[in-house]
Design a protein around this ligand. Structure first.
Ligand SMILES: Nc1ncnc2c1ncn2[C@@H]1O[C@H](COP(=O)(O)OP(=O)(O)O)[C@@H](O)[C@H]1O
Ligand SMILES: [Mg+2]
Length: 305
């Protein structure tokens, strides 16, 4: 697979703040690449530089063979953008809104095909203001597609949506990927990044602190599996004290290095007659990776994106 976006040493400064602090990035054709990070990490600044909306302080960006700067005009023809906090005309219908934006480009696309792409046939003639949050985002994705772009940027497309609406947007994104579009997605939802991404970067404080497929990132930084003794409480803590147990809400967890550890845990609990609800094995998640690398939770103190 060839790279469609190459970024080297990208920096964006606002006064003393390095909102983007020297990132490198290669996005391959046809993949969903996510930038996962908490509020203020620098996600929007990064993608808006790639979208030719903001100017970088320094660094090199090449998109589809064009350099940012003198190639921006060519780049803009080939990309689609769903901005963070997207809005359309309240008193235009789904179809009218998409047609309005489509008319700004030379390239002719079939409006009804776009409406089908985001599964909005049943809302074709509904005013934008009367759509739910999830449906509005799907109109936004259709608008991002009006110039038939090769690369689509979606900045926090599901922030603030309920779980059902979020999943429906995921289905639309999966559909775009199946049609061969390259997608750059930003999100602060772990599960979203895990479910949708071919590869992702975890961003914090303007830097990429981990990069790879969700599985690679978890394997490299997740810190191995752990065994959870649910409801084990203080008795399990005492019984497993040699294995560096941690307690959280009565659940006791122990890091597992090999199968022998599991046997040792179960034997110790048997030996000491420790009551518990169940024993389970837990593989680390992207959340664990973020916690391990930064010492905090990604959605902690989040407002709305
Ligand atoms: N135009 C701007 N002027 C000054 N600071 C900004 C500007 N845009 C963003 N920032 C700051 O840069 C940092 C990164 O912001 P942003 O890229 O919006 O992060 P994210 O999208 O990950 O939430 C934040 O600290 C934000 O306050
Ligand atoms: Mg943002």
């Amino acid at each position: 697979m060839s790279d469609v976006i190459t970024v080297r040493g990208l920096v964006k400064r606002y006064g003393d703040l390095r909102a983007v602090d020297g990132i490198d990035l290669d996005v391959r054709s046809g993949e969903v690449f996510s930038i996962l990070g908490p509020n203020g990490a620098g996600k929007t600044t990064t993608v808006e530089i790639l979208e030719c909306i903001r100017k970088a302080t320094s660094g090199e960006v090449n998109i589809l063979g064009h350099d940012l700067g003198n190639g921006s005009k060519e780049i803009k023809k080939e990309i689609g953008v769903l901005p963070q906090q997207f809005n359309a005309f309240e008193l235009l219908t789904t179809r009218e809104n998409i047609a309005f934006f489509a008319n700004m480009f030379d390239r002719r696309v079939d409006i009804d095909e776009l409406i089908a792409l985001v599964d909005l046939e049943h809302k074709r003639d509904t005013y934008f203001k009367n759509l739910s949050g999830g449906l509005k985002q799907r109109v936004g994705i259709a608008i991002a597609m009006v110039n038939d772009p090769k690369i689509v940027f979606l900045d926090e497309p599901t922030t603030g949506l309920d779980p059902k609406a979020r999943r429906e947007v995921w289905d639309v994104i999966k559909g775009l990927r199946a049609k061969g579009r390259t997608i750059i997605l930003t999100t602060h939802y772990m599960e979203e990044a895990e479910v949708l991404s071919d590869r992702l970067a975890i961003m914090n404080g303007g830097k990429f602190i981990a990069m790879g497929s969700p599985r690679e990132v978890v394997e490299q930084h997740g810190g191995g599996r752990s065994c959870i003794v649910r409801g084990g409480g203080d008795a399990a803590m005492r019984s497993l004290q040699d294995m560096m147990p941690r307690q959280n809400d009565g659940d006791v967890s122990v890091s597992i290095a090999d199968k022998g550890d599991l046997v040792r845990i179960v034997s110790a609990l048997e030996r000491d007659n420790v009551p518990y609800d169940e024993i389970m094995l837990k593989r680390p998640s992207l959340e664990d990776v973020f916690l391990k690398l930064t010492g905090r939770r990604i959605e902690e103190g989040d407002v709305s994106g």
